[in-house]
Write a protein that binds this ligand. Sequence first.
Ligand code: KIV
Length: 279
Amino acid sequence: MSASKITIPGLRAKKTSGERITMLTCYDATFAHLLDAAGIEILLIGDSLGMVIQGEATTLPVTLEHVLYHTQCVTRTAPAAHVVTDMPFMSYQSSTVEALRNAGRLLKEGKAEAVKLEGGHAIVPTVMAMTQAGIPVMAHIGLRPQTVLQMGGYKIQGRTPDTQAALIAEGEALEAAGAYAIVLEGITSEAAAAITARVTIPTIGIGAGPHCDGQVLVLYDLLGMNPNFSPRFVKPYASLAPIIRDAAGRYAAEVKSGHFPTEAHAAHQTTRPRICAES
Ligand code: KIV
């Protein structure tokens, strides 16, 4: 393991020292290489790939094979970042044995370094079993996209004192079960601050305000790839959609008009370099 590799003890040390943790979703080798070079500390192969890669309406159709494939695309670049893979809907709920087998595949075949599971008290036995088997677990509480059908939409959690107390209890139970970090999604800033103060493991927020130990965003939101989706919790750091549309449009126009390719672009064979951390 290289000296710069981000490890679970290293992440915990960041919480202790008060250094904020950076995490982004990532689904392929090109972006893994770029995000690693930018110093992003955790890459998440999120089941959000159902929406941003596959064009689905929710994360529910995503399968273990899908996340495994994208995990392999990311880990092939051997990033310094810590790599976490989402366990998709119904890959860990039906039995602990199946959950262990599926998580094991993500580590063995995908080379993920941890798995992320949505859920509160219901997943505590699974988190314990995984931790005992040596599988690091990042938990995910608050707004849980895999329960969208039950919730009837994506709703902010922890608005009342009771629901806030319930979230704190979930955070504490997941830490006691062995989770090494917790994603807090779509909860009030107050609830996120309270959980972050109560647990000794790092909390990573998305739509949970500024008081978490770290932050995560869906990469395509940060890059402004979908101008029709700009929820309040996202800050687009780039606006790539018009740039991509413009580049593709200019290419199409030049092919149509005969301006590309010219003789200068003809018959020149190069080998495409492999995308890897050493290049
Ligand atoms: O699937 C995903 O991208 C996630 C993040 C939003 C945390 O779970």
